[in-house]
Design a protein around this ligand. Sequence first.
Ligand SMILES: Nc1ncnc2c1ncn2[C@@H]1O[C@H](COP(=O)(O)OP(=O)(O)OP(=O)(O)O)[C@@H](O)[C@H]1O
Length: 439
Amino acid sequence: MFLDAPGGYGKSTLLQVVAADARSKGDIVLCVASSGIAALNLDGGTTAHSMFKLPLDLGDGTGYWNLRNTQQRADLIREAKLIIFDEISMAHKFLIEILDRSLQDLMGTNEVLGGKVCLFAGDFRQIPPVVPSAKTPSDVVFASLKCSHLWPHFRQFRLTVPQRTRSDDEYSSFLLSVGNDTLPQHVFGEGDNTDKVIALHGIRSVEKLDELIASVYPPDILRDPDASSTRAILCAHNVNVREINSAVMAKLPGGVQQLVSVDTIDKEMEGVDIDIDTLHLAEGKGVPNHILDLKIGAVCMIMRNLNMSERLVNGTKVIVEGISPRLVTVRKPGTQELIAIPRILFRFPVLEGSPLQMCRRQFPLQVCYGMTVHKSQGQTIFKVGLDLRSDCFTHGQLYVALSRTRRSDDVTVLGAPDRCVDNITYVRNIVYQELLDNT
Ligand SMILES: Nc1ncnc2c1ncn2[C@@H]1O[C@H](COP(=O)(O)OP(=O)(O)OP(=O)(O)O)[C@@H](O)[C@H]1O
């Protein structure tokens, strides 16, 4: 079964209810999602990789994984009456295809997904799987479950009433038009430099970064880390995230404490002559920087799945309570319990695509007043700033960013300087129609 609905129509909430109902009758329900942070929306949720012990490298998607490797896990999966998978539109189709073959092998049957009752949920208007090697939109579309041989086997159910934006009907309709790409297009620029954009009518526009920051994090909110953690400035690009976090950190009270990573060349690469400054400058996807600037009271995001049962996963927001070179002490917003975060080891290429691997020992923390739209998928955010000085670059990014809040009044946008006309900001909306067919 596939539960299909636009963002904020209550998919995750319904999955929770279905799981709770089945469990109340004594049935085993496995709840997974394509990311740790999305899995937190489900009781007992974990990542699909962790639940099914799937390989991180999905290869060409033709393999299968021997689920019998772990006896206890194999028994649990065999016994499960229902498998729930949220945010499936973000999962690479290879993951579902490997899961299909692995379940068939475990259950000893040729039936799709081993004959298990599966309830998958997602919204193909939202951001598709990340395909690092993608060169064209077709490469991204190819990776979607929609393009899998399994897709025709799913029976579809729809939710039709917006929940997150139920107090703002006009905004609900606007969001749907953004997701379905049915708003009128305007053309900016001339000759070869033209760009098709849509108008963000009804959304407050600002012209400077300081104004955007002040609208999301006014001084009284900045002094209250719990309140700050319910807000975010969303950006399409990491470079803007970094700029926003530096600017907000400068406004936070208190002194900065610098935590410097220990960077080394990977053991297997010993003997390779490389400058230590090159290692310090290296940046990896999901890897903290060589220098981590923190302040007491700063809102940070955890950058690794540290502990699913403690709900400390990649994307969990925490508030810094203590800083020392060996430990950073944090607490989750709305709680008082202190959690010690140690440094951990990150292994990654010195340059993207390079075979030269390096190791960085650093705290898995990143200041998160600004964050990428990708990280916000699946979340409800009380006040959103949109930094669209650099446009969105992939399918569904604008729609995900706009659909995190409850009302249009809770969004403020900063666009490129030449894209704000009469207080209306014009931005690019990328939608791959192939992903919306039959949606
Ligand atoms: N039936 C309901 N009644 C009241 N509030 C609801 C209901 N369903 C969902 N909500 C609220 O609406 C918001 C969005 O719900 P939910 O996260 O389940 O939507 P979603 O479709 O999974 O969204 P997304 O696609 O963005 O992940 C949440 O704040 C949730 O508490």
